[in-house]
Design a protein. Sequence first.
Length: 98
Amino acid sequence: MITHIVLLQPKTGISHTQMITALDHVQALQQAIPGILLVRTGKNLNSTNDQGYTYGFVIQFADRATYEGYAPHLAHQPVSEELRHLCQSIIDFDMAER
């Protein structure tokens, strides 16, 4: 299993509603891409040390093949573009279960 963690720092002026809509699109990827086991999205509860990363999500992939097919997948492309449009910075952190 591979876990994909993404931290999102919205651009100035981006509303909570815009971010939640984008996170709903991330959530929908679980239905669109076979091999995604879990998608969790939300707002950062740690407002004292968030460094501007106020939203994020976690995706768990069944295997390396699903993980490697995720970025180029046609369902992922518009969601990725939407997030890049809304965010000034995005951190990806991917790890395999040991």
